[in-house]
Write a protein that binds this ligand. Sequence first.
Ligand SMILES: Cc1cc2nc3c(=O)[nH]c(=O)nc-3n(C[C@H](O)[C@H](O)[C@H](O)COP(=O)(O)OP(=O)(O)OC[C@H]3O[C@@H](n4cnc5c(N)ncnc54)[C@H](O)[C@@H]3O)c2cc1C
Length: 371
Amino acid sequence: MVGAACAYYAARRGLRVTVLDRGSVAGGTTGAGEGNLLVSDKEPGPELQLARYSTQLWRELAEVLPSRIEYEAKGGLVVASDDTSLAALREFAARQSEAGVACEAVPGGRLGDLEPRLAPGLAGGVHYPQDAQVQPALAAAHLLRAAGDRVTLRLGQEVTGILTGAHGEVRGVRTPSGDLHAPYVVNAAGTWGGELARLAGVELPVLPRRGFVLVTEPLPRLVRHKVYAADYVADVASDSAALQTSAVVEGTPAGPVLIGASRERVGFDRSPSVEVLRRLAGQAVRLFPALAAVRAVRTYTGFRPYLPDHLPAIGPDPRRPGLLHACGHEGAGIGLAPATGRIIAQALTGGELPLDITPFRPDRFGGGEAG
Ligand SMILES: Cc1cc2nc3c(=O)[nH]c(=O)nc-3n(C[C@H](O)[C@H](O)[C@H](O)COP(=O)(O)OP(=O)(O)OC[C@H]3O[C@@H](n4cnc5c(N)ncnc54)[C@H](O)[C@@H]3O)c2cc1C
């Protein structure tokens, strides 16, 4: 998704772009997550700024991409089960509101107006009308197509080396089928962004953060918004490697309800975990009791690209002229992709940057050049 967005915006700035992927379009984490485009779960700060800008760009993209990308400006609803968590949620929302997020407190008794099938007895919630949703794999594919003939797509081509010139500047990439020369290389390798950086001789500590999603049989619209419990925000922000689950429930235009998503750092272990799925299912049923009678038909898993401060790496790498990074978006890469693509395109063409990218500097973890 992120590579597609970089290619799209770079092509619109007049550049010729070759997109290389060792797999298929959306064969990485993009094809293994959900497609929430959220402001609701973001603390005021650089990531929220990026998300707000990206939300605006997604709205524009939804106008030019086909409706098959399933863009839905459905809004989010965050709910609290008791007064203590409601107070914390409202305080969080007040700070977001000061940072420009549209949000509105919903008393417990009015939650049913927004979500008629929600469990009774919840203390209250906050409605975030700017949250939206998209089908990530379709969005990535259609964005690449919409980029036009300035973009060449080379699938099944692994980057095995970064070519450099006499002064260490980037000159292109090496693949098993030959070298490709270019004055700039954008590292949009997601969870494998650290490996790609290392090929260029620089360190970027991207790690996998595993997540499972549970998919139900297709249903008539039972869940209208993206609905989740207030504890989710703390899970997202946690630095712990241990398992965290707090269900995020959403309907899709195609019918299945998606129940996501767990978070844990267990390397690239793909083995299914019944325990994780049981916890997600239990939490979803507590939010929507009607789901207890619904069959889960499949699950899938993916590895979020995690950087230690939960912020992506976006922009030129001062350690390696000609190398730019656009990776490490953890659980928000679909939402943040257009803003990232736009920033990269501006950086490549010397245009004005839409926001301050200092917090996303790829060299902020130190480490200098890799040995
Ligand atoms: C369970 C789960 C739920 C999620 N839910 C959401 C959500 O609701 N909203 C949201 O915004 N985000 C969500 N995410 C996160 C989101 O999916 C990711 O942040 C996003 O997909 C990252 O996109 P990307 O383009 O950076 O990486 P990827 O999609 O992984 O793309 C990187 C590509 O690089 C290729 N590659 C790697 N190394 C090489 C190489 N050496 N040569 C050639 N190609 C290479 C890979 O094949 C891959 O296709 C979720 C993730 C998970 C796991």
